[in-house]
Design a protein around this ligand. Structure first.
Ligand code: FE2
Length: 305
């Protein structure tokens, strides 16, 4: 199958450069400046202000960090290009079906004057938060033989400038490390293993959740942090308990809807062929027992015990 070359808005996918791909694999995180235009940033930031401070002005269906103008971030050409390099399997994609899902979104709107310290290191050791096994999970990052696979992946869209020290912190390289980070590193924000960034509004920061990372204190008293966190995963893998608002989903373009489709590998490329095959699988066989897949039958059509 072909991977999409355009996003749901018809914009050409932006592939990673060789240097970006190398940097992400090396560090486990990547900063890309100027991904959004000033106009986009302004419109999105205004929407975030409403979400945070005047939510009654936004409809229920748009009342999330993929609502209104923020919907365009879900399959921004840069986001699609990144996931197609590190996550998509062409077997589970087509020219109009994404080979990955979006499984969580949230708005990080932080007021400097509140001085809330968000220092909570987690991840690292290659597996992130243990789910399946300590050494493999929905977060896992794997790389070998010039191929890499990145499980649960965050794209952070910074809609205000970030001064050095105020943004997310990373233990570069820890997505490939064997051991958990020691408490002495976790407790010391100034430990030389911690890296972070500064950036202009409109920058994107991508990181694997298998990387040791942490939020921190937004010390800036001059402006607030306004950042969108969108989490992606493979079509057959999910960590977070979140779904988009059904009315919002219903009105999205068909291609964008595929970001939110069911979590599985089998029969998960919604095309005409898929719908025909699914219909066949759900049609009771004439003898009432066997179907096109041997004895398997859709539960709806199984004879009662
Ligand atoms: Fe995290």
């Amino acid at each position: 199958m072909e991977l999409p070359s355009k996003n749901a808005d018809g914009l050409p996918v932006i592939p990673l450069t060789d240097e970006q791909r190398y940097t992400f694999d090396l560090q486990g995180w990547l900063l890309v400046p100027n991904v959004l235009t000033e106009d986009q940033v302004e419109e999105m930031r205004e929407f975030c202000h409403l979400l945070k401070n005047e939510p009654a002005k936004i409809s229920d269906k748009d009342g999330s960090s993929i609502g209104g103008p923020l919907e365009a971030l879900t399959d921004h050409p840069f986001a699609v290009g990144f996931m197609q390099e590190f996550m998509s399997n062409p077997r589970f994609a087509s020219e109009t079906v994404y080979g990955f899902r979006l499984e969580l979104t949230f708005l990080a709107y932080r007021f400097g004057e509140l001085g809330h310290d968000n220092w909570r290191p987690h991840g690292g050791g290659g597996g992130g938060t243990p789910t399946s096994r300590d050494w493999f999970s929905a977060h896992s990052y794997l790389s070998m033989h010039r191929k890499a696979y990145c499980g649960l992946t965050q794209i952070v869209w910074e809609l205000n400038p970030v001064r050095k020290g105020d943004g997310t912190h990373f233990l570069s390289g820890s997505h490939k490390s064997c051991f958990e980070f020691p408490e002495s590193v976790a407790a010391d924000q100034n430990h030389p293993h911690w890296d972070t960034y500064e950036c202009e509004a409109g920058s994107a920061i991508v990181f694997t959740e298998s990387l040791g990372h942490s939020g921190t204190l937004w010390s800036n008293q001059d402006w607030d942090r306004v950042a969108i966190f969108n989490s992606y995963n493979s079509v057959d893998c999910k960590y977070h308990d979140w779904e988009p608002h059904p009315e919002h989903l219903a009105e999205m373009p068909e291609q964008r809807k595929t970001l939110f489709r069911d979590v599985r590998s089998e029969m998960n490329v919604p095309t005409d062929e898929y719908y025909a095959q699914r219909e066949k699988m759900r049609t009771p066989p004439e003898d009432g027992k066997s179907g096109g897949r041997g004895m398997w039958m859709h539960p709806e059509y199984r004879p009662s015990e």
